[in-house]
Structures are given as C-alpha cells and as structure tokens.
Write a protein that binds this ligand. Structure first.
Ligand SMILES: NC(=O)c1ccc[n+]([C@@H]2O[C@H](COP(=O)([O-])OP(=O)(O)OC[C@H]3O[C@@H](n4cnc5c(N)ncnc54)[C@H](OP(=O)(O)O)[C@@H]3O)[C@@H](O)[C@H]2O)c1
Length: 208
C-alpha cells in the first residue's frame, strides 16, 4: 500500500522502515524535507511535506507529538476524504506524568474531530517504538490493539500491524481509544517509573 507517515521520529521512522521491508511504499511527511536529519531515510522512502505525502497515499499515519498533531492535520485535512488516518499518538502531559484527555473522551476521538472526513483508526500507541521494530519477545508475538468506527478500515490497519509482526486484536469502535490511551500510559509508567525499562511487551494468552 502507499502509506504516508506524518512525523519521522522514533515511531514514524521505525514503522516506515519495517513496512518498506514488507513491500509497502512509504512517504514521510515532515516540516522541512531538505533537513539533514531526514536524509538517512531516503534509502527506503520519499521525504516530502505533509500535504504532498497525504495526497500521494492511501493511508496516512500520524506519528507526531500530541501538541503538534492538530497543526499537522490542518495541513492535509482536505486531502484525506475517505482515507484511513491511523492515530499512533498519545495525548501525554509534557513530563509523561499522565494524559491530557480522558476518560470520557480520547485523543483518537479528538483526531477524528480534527479530520472529520477521514476514517480514523487508533493503533500503534500502546507499546514502545522498540517493540514496533521487533514485536516478538522470546518467540511470543506481543499484542497490538486496533480501534475504529469503520470495520473495513480497522481490518486494513490490522493487516498492517500484522505485517509488522504483532498479534493484532480489533477492539471495536474508536471510543475504545479511551481505554487504549491509558494502557499506553501504563506501559510508559512501567518502563520509566516502575523499573522495567523499555524491553518488555504485553501479550495475549488464549486458553484453547
Ligand atoms: N516513542 C514511543 O515509543 C511511542 C510509542 C507509542 C506511541 N507514541 C506516540 O507517537 C507519537 C510520536 O512519538 P515519537 O516518540 O516518535 O516522537 P518523536 O521521536 O519526537 O518524533 C515526532 C516527530 O514528529 C515531527 N513533527 C512535529 N511536528 C510535525 C509536523 N507539524 N509535521 C510533521 N512532522 C512533525 C518531529 O519533527 P521535528 O524533529 O522536526 O520536531 C519528529 O520527527 C507521540 O504522540 C507519542 O506519544 C510514541
């Protein structure tokens, strides 16, 4: 698929490289395509401005810091009618001490209000970018949750997270982001406050 990734940081660059390895075509949307820091990505992707990347792609993935997300969307909002917009962001306090939105709303739903004509799917927000690079731990695939109001869009995004190597589970409508964003907060707290570090993931055990 043609995928635009808005924000070429830890998350964006990791999933972009991995998706390229599985055959997808990647465009990064960045603020300054000529910046030196992006040139290392040209081995697997095109680097362009946000709007151009969104226009050229079937799927747009948001991997921006929460405070930058509304402005980023405003650059391509009218270029993504009916397209899938994957929201990987978390509405974090700047010091990572908590979430700025919840529990009767979510960042995912706020993204959908900012991009009302897109099919917004929440995914890739509940684990660290290190696990997006290598989702399998000791032979077990870690879990990825996918939520969105459009079942077809949810299925397509589940295919993409499976391509990365996750054990994907769909968890219903976009409002499930109200649970997924606190789950991300739990992962962050376990990693940085409760002493686990980043090298752990969550997995589902299914009784057969
Ligand atoms: N890091 C993780 O493990 C992780 C895991 C799950 C979810 N998340 C969420 O994913 C999002 C990205 O996290 P990250 O760790 O990848 O952050 P990051 O490393 O800081 O990368 C964010 C990128 O977004 C770019 N950016 C900022 N404003 C932009 C705009 N208007 N248009 C295009 N690009 C813009 C930044 O570019 P500049 O350098 O030019 O500012 C930077 O390259 C956050 O919302 C975070 O909460 C992170």
């Amino acid at each position: 698929m043609n995928i635009a990734i808005i924000g070429a940081g830890n998350v964006g660059a990791t999933i972009g490289r991995r998706w390229r390895e599985t055959g997808h075509s990647i465009r990064y949307g960045v603020r300054d395509p000529s910046a030196e820091k992006h040139q290392g990505l040209t081995d697997h992707a095109k680097i362009m401005r946000n709007r151009e990347a969104a226009e050229e792609s079937d799927i747009v993935v948001l991997a921006t810091p929460w405070p930058a997300t509304e402005a980023a969307i405003s650059e391509f909002r009218d270029a993504i009618d009916g397209k899938i917009l994957v929201d990987c962001t978390n509405p974090l306090e700047p010091d990572l001490s908590g979430l700025t939105i919840g529990h009767n709303d979510s960042g995912g739903e706020q993204v959908a209000r900012w991009a009302p004509s897109a099919r917004v799917v929440k995914a890739l927000n509940t684990t660290g970018s290190n696990n997006m690079d290598d989702p399998e731990i000791d032979g077990v695939r870690t879990v990825m949750f996918v939520a969105g109001d459009d079942p077809e869009a949810r299925k397509i995004v589940s295919g993409l997270t499976n391509d990365l190597g996750f054990d994907t589970i769909e968890v219903g409508e976009l409002a499930s982001a109200r649970m997924l964003e606190p789950l991300a907060m739990l992962w962050i707290s376990m990693a940085f406050r409760f002493g686990l570090g980043r090298e752990f993931g969550l997995a589902l055990l299914r009784r057969t």
